[in-house]
Structures are given as C-alpha cells and as structure tokens.
Ligand binder design. Structure first.
Ligand code: GUN
Length: 299
C-alpha cells in the first residue's frame, strides 16, 4: 500500500481564502483589520522562523500582525508587564496576543502565559479556554490540535467509534487533541488513548490505532511496524536533522519514518507541508474569532 498524502499546505490555502473574506468583512464593519501581536523572546532560529511564517500568513489574509521582539535576558516580570500593556494598548485594539514558546529557561512560562487575557488568548492556553474545551464547549482551541482535527475531517477520515492513539501529552498538542477527538460531533467520538514517555509497549498500543498522531519531537519514533495497515498517520513533529546528502546542510523531518510508514498506512501527513501550515491557519482563524467576539459579531 502507498499512503495518500494529507496535504496540509493545500488545505491551509483554502482556509486562508475563507478567512481573507471574513477579515475583509470584519474590517468594513469595525473600520480596522483584526489585529494580532506576537511576542518573540530571544533569538532561537526555529522560533524566529515560525513567527515569520505566522506574520506572513496574517498579511496574506488581511490580519494586521506585529512582532514584538524582546531580548533573551528579559525576566518574568518584564514579560508579564509587556503582555498586560499589549492587552491595554490603544483602547484595546489588540485582538490576539501570542507568546511564542519556548521561553528562556529562567522565565516562568506559566506566569507569562497566564498574563494573556482569556479573550485575547489565540493560542488557547489560558485555563479558562482549556476548561471550556474540556467541558465540550470550545472557544479558543490550541492551533495545532485544531489543525489535526480539521485535517482528518477535510480528508473524510472517520473518527466516530474508531481508535485514535496520540503519542505525546503536551498541553499544546496531545492533551487538547485527546479532548477534541473524544468529544462529541464531527471529527470526534473516537476512542482515544494518550501515550507518553512512561507508556508500556508503545508499539502494541500504536498498532491498534485507526488514527495515529505523533507529537513528541523525536525523529524516527514511529516506524512501519507500529502502524496498522490502512491507518491514518498524522505527524506533528518538526525536527531539524543533519542532511546526509548535502555537506553540512540540514532538513526538517517529523516523528514518523515517512518512507517506511507510507508503505503501510492509508494516509500520512508529510513534514514539511502537513500539520505546520494548518497550525498557522488555525491561529488566523482564532485571531478572527477573537476580533469578532470582541466586536459582538459572534456569540
Ligand atoms: N511553539 C511551538 N508551538 C507553539 C504554539 O502552538 N504556540 C506558541 N505560542 N508557541 C509554540
């Protein structure tokens, strides 16, 4: 079997088209575009690259995005005060605030994330938004988890009654995705197993999966022998590895052995071009939602 490709880039393009139309409509009514501020602390190359993609995507759909760069030496209090000031800025014209992770080790990440008001929390990390998701009444859903569910729905991959296995229990991806896939309705109603570094016999659990999601950050973690024939395999990992073919170069790979697993799976998402572009598209959708909620255009 040769797996069909879950083309996140193409889907993200279609999502951007609909957001562009809605953002234009918002701008006509509000007299200003939706506005996103991204806080980038330090100069980690990967974070800078993700932030650049987010700002470029926002520009493509008519969302005003600003990147606020802060030196890596900034302490927790400085970052908390910065976020609070952004939330107050210009009579509240900042609709969405995103603090790019990871933050430097000396910073209390939770304290900084908690300072983003729940109604600007386009990452969906605030306890209020996490709580709403866990109660089955989502408002801002973490972007990568939302993107994975959207990818499955768009491809017509049934989730209801099927076994979904997620590897990785992060607050950003694994936990919210487990809630989405086990929740009621479209893209949900699955029987979900959430695996992590302490799970016994990971391979055996993975082999049960009709839908297998890898979100760990470990190249080559999922091999062909861990995949049920015909399963949908979604690769959330983004790992930079040395490129054996180019001298001194590097390339991006996921957590899944793409070549081997493609021969067994029914569907597979590539890296790059799979979940990554959808994460960005979902951030745009959350920013538009934040703007519309604040204007009273959505309940
Ligand atoms: N770093 C990696 N993924 C994410 C994400 O979804 N949101 C933020 N803020 N930082 C990240």
């Amino acid at each position: 079997m040769s797996a069909r490709i879950l083309d996140g880039k193409a889907l993200a393009g279609r999502i951007e088209d609909s957001i562009r139309a809605e953002a234009a409509s918002f701008s006509r009514v509000a007299g200003r575009p939706p506005r996103l501020v991204v806080v980038l602390v330090g100069d980690v190359a990967a974070s800078a690259s993700y932030v650049k993609s987010k700002a470029a995507a926002a520009a493509r759909v008519g969302i005003d995005a600003e990147v606020v760069r802060v030196p890596a030496s900034a302490d927790t209090q400085t970052l908390v005060e910065l976020v609070r000031a952004l939330a107050r800025e210009e009579q509240g014209s900042v609709d969405g605030i995103l603090v790019q992770l990871p933050l430097p080790a000396h910073v209390d990440t939770q304290a900084v994330l908690d300072s983003v008001p729940a109604d600007r929390d386009v990452d969906g990390f605030h306890p209020e938004n996490a709580g709403l998701l866990s109660q089955g009444r989502p408002r801002f859903v973490p972007c990568t988890a939302a993107g994975v569910q959207r990818m499955l729905v768009d491809a017509g991959i049934a989730t209801a009654g099927r076994e979904a296995v997620i590897i990785g229990r992060s607050d950003i991806v694994g936990k919210p995705l487990a809630l989405l896939l086990s929740g009621r309705g479209e893209g949900g109603d699955a029987t979900v197993t959430l695996c992590h570094s302490r799970s016994d016999d990971l391979a055996a659990i993975c082999r049960r999966a009709d839908i297998l999601v890898a979100a760990v950050g470990k190249p080559g973690l999922v091999t062909a022998g861990m995949v049920k024939p015909g399963a949908a395999v979604v690769d959330v990992g983004i790992n930079r590895v040395a490129d054996a073919t180019a001298s001194g170069g590097s390339r991006l790979v996921g957590d899944v052995d793409f070549a081997g697993v493609s021969a067994v799976a029914g569907w597979i998402s590539p890296v790059p071009g799979g979940v990554g572009p959808l994460t960005v598209a979902m951030l745009l959708a959350n920013t538009l939602l934040a703007a519309e909620l604040r204007l009273g255009r959505r309940a």
